[in-house]
Write a protein that binds this ligand. Structure first.
Ligand code: CTP
Ligand code: ZN
Length: 155
């Protein structure tokens, strides 16, 4: 029987669980962490889990992550679970679901795409073609963005 690594429970905030093993640094980048204000961020990498072989966990005290951030996380860790913790209890548990269309912090890989124009750049928008692993198609130029291309942008 496998035993799970115990990390201190948090009082209020967010626990991102079942993150694809070794992808937690990408998640931190999406969330803009580390920053000056966010305290008690705990990261566990490549720990054993009963569900999947190995996983990462990120715990953030005093911050409830929003919908937009959730969508971006789905691009990296489609199996992740978001637990909102209030007063030490799991107040909300959401399995990540990639929407059909996503406005993303990632860039279209086509340098000639309208979203990459230097003047007046427009926000990139993609259609989700596959979810596990995610594959996107640019709404504007139809370029396919493969999973490796997505991950590279969070390194
Ligand atoms: N957790 C925490 N602090 C709390 C409550 C929960 O850090 N005050 C963490 C747990 O350690 C776990 C996650 O939040 O990693 C989800 O908690 P819970 O739903 O109780 O655990 P499981 O039932 O194992 O979750 P799942 O079914 O999603 O694997
Ligand atoms: Zn494009």
């Amino acid at each position: 029987m496998k035993s799970e690594l115990k990390i201190k429970a948090i009082e209020n905030g967010t626990v991102i669980d079942h993150i694809t093993a070794n992808k937690s640094l990408h998640i931190l980048k999406i969330l803009g962490l580390p920053d000056e204000d966010t305290i008690n961020v705990t990261v566990a990498m490549n720990v054993s889990s009963s569900q999947t072989e190995r996983k990462d966990i990120v715990k953030i005290e005093n911050r409830e992550i929003d919908h937009e951030e959730l969508n971006q996380i789905a691009l990296i860790a489609p199996e992740a679970t978001i637990n909102i913790i209030r007063d030490y209890e799991v107040a909300k548990k959401d399995k990540i679901i990639l929407p059909e269309k996503i406005t993303s912090i990632i860039k279209c890989t086509n340098s000639k795409c309208i979203t990459n124009y230097e003047n007046e750049p427009i926000t990139s928008k993609f259609h989700v073609i596959e979810t596990q692993p995610p594959v996107l198609r640019c709404h504007y130029c139809e370029k396919l963005i493969k999973h490796e291309d997505i991950e590279k942008q969070f390194e």
